[in-house]
Design a protein around this ligand. Structure first.
Ligand SMILES: Cc1cc2nc3c(=O)[nH]c(=O)nc-3n(C[C@H](O)[C@H](O)[C@H](O)COP(=O)(O)OP(=O)(O)OC[C@H]3O[C@@H](n4cnc5c(N)ncnc54)[C@H](O)[C@@H]3O)c2cc1C
Length: 383
């Protein structure tokens, strides 16, 4: 068994860590405060090739692997959660769905700009009445001549409000040749007729990721925008969400590491009762526990990503990485605020921002309860 990163993986980790620390981290507070998206940083991330790490060079990617992708997601999230999550949605989920199930033409047209970081992809699965029960979707699709006509509403669509967001991958009900109801997936360009963007949600954190409701009102897209097999739309979504779960695990680890970094710095500098608070066991045990959680969650997401690179099943490991990572970081962020005392509650201390931000990780891409349902199903014997 070899736990070492390869030479290439170490190199990309070093490069991205430096970029995140010097370019992103100093801007993170401002980004959350203003909700203004950092397009300049996005350009720099694109220049580093971050949006296309796991895709072949012919599709605008780096031709690297999913372990590298996730190491980078951790490093970016250590500096800013919103930008870490952008890599999750646009690369791990949307880019991958086009790469895995798209035609050659779709890959050239839609994946290349995403992998090159020129365009951002969004994911539209959740609907007003279909969240955890994602199969209960109501959006419909009908083929009329050479066009699909979509009607329905997709909720909480991350990043679709960004000016360089170009498309949403959306599932919709359809009918097969025998009239049986099936779920198909479509690539829906943002400029398609009938594509409507509702007002931007006001979120408690992650302010930079412009999240909107999307309404398809007789939304017309070309026939060839059907993605993958017509009756495998839901299965395709679930397959890529498995990778999304590994990515959320990596986002969680990045943020937890930032909490530990800040808490260590603070605990060593802050004096009470004539000594650094680090010297008090109640404080240094918290820090020790944080480091344990981070170590385990990091190992979990790396193992899941490694299995994916080997082409091996990783449903269990992806659910573990997401569930454990997201619950770990909530506790770590809470302890980080506690270690900072009253200052931890102040906005100028990053830990207050992390504390608000991490809750989302237990909700998106399958709540903690959904992850437990996945694990329980596997334990029942279907693994
Ligand atoms: C900021 C933000 C960004 C998002 N981005 C996207 C995106 O880009 N694309 C997208 O498609 N979706 C996105 N989502 C949606 C997200 O994935 C859903 O919110 C999530 O899947 C939960 O669905 P829901 O909100 O409808 O909650 P519900 O499904 O209504 O769940 C409510 C509660 O009930 C629990 N619950 C439900 N069913 C069960 C059960 N059978 N057993 C036990 N507990 C259960 C849930 O775990 C949860 O605690 C985003 C959400 C947010 C908040």
């Amino acid at each position: 068994m070899d736990f070492d990163l390869t030479k290439e993986q170490k190199m990309i980790q070093k490069e991205v860590r430096h970029f995140a620390k010097t370019k992103i981290a100093p801007r993170s507070e401002e980004l959350e405060e203003t909700g203004e998206y950092p397009y300049d940083l996005l350009e720099e991330m694109a220049e580093l090739g971050l949006m296309g790490i796991p895709f072949p060079e012919e599709y605008g990617g780096m031709g690297s692997d999913w372990v590298s992708m996730h190491i980078c997601i951790e490093e970016i999230s250590r500096a800013d959660l919103t930008l870490g999550a952008l890599l999750d949605v646009t690369t791990s989920v949307v880019g991958q769905e086009i790469f895995a199930f798209g035609t050659e033409e779709q890959k050239k047209k839609f994946l290349v700009p995403i992998a090159e970081g020129k365009k951002i992809g969004a994911f539209g699965l959740t609907e007003p009445d279909s969240g955890s029960d994602a199969g209960a979707l109501l959006t419909t699709s009908v083929l009329e001549g050479d066009e699909w006509v979509l009607n329905g509403t997709k909720q909480f669509v991350t990043n679709i409000g960004l000016e360089n967001a170009s498309l949403v991958i959306a599932a919709a009900l359809a009918k097969d040749s025998k009239g049986k109801e099936i779920v198909s997936t479509f690539i829906v360009p943002k400029d398609a007729p009938g594509f409507q963007l509702s007002t931007r949600y006001k979120k408690m954190a992650w302010k930079g990721s412009a999240t909107h409701e999307v309404i398809f009102k007789d939304c017309r897209i070309p026939k060839e925008n059907l993605l993958g097999h017509p009756d495998r739309g839901f299965a395709q979504h679930l397959a890529v969400l498995e990778t999304g779960r590994i990515s959320i695990g990596a986002v969680a680890v990045g943020c937890a590491q930032a909490c530990l970094d800040e808490s260590l710095r603070y605990a060593k500098g802050r004096k009470q009762f004539g000594r650094p608070i680090f010297d008090f066991q109640a404080v240094n045990f918290k820090l020790a526990d944080m480091s344990v959680g981070i170590e385990l969650a990091r190992t979990a997401y790396l193992k899941a990503a490694w299995l994916k690179d080997q082409g091996r099943a990783h449903t269990f490991e992806a659910a573990v990485a997401k569930l454990y990572g997201s619950e770990m970081v909530e506790k770590v962020a809470s302890d980080a605020v506690q270690i900072h005392g009253g200052y931890g509650y102040m906005e100028e201390y990053p830990v207050s921002r992390y504390y608000k931000g991490v809750k989302l990780l237990q909700i998106v891409e399958g709540t903690s309860e959904v992850q437990r349902m996945v694990l329980a199903r596997l334990l029942r014997g279907k693994r």
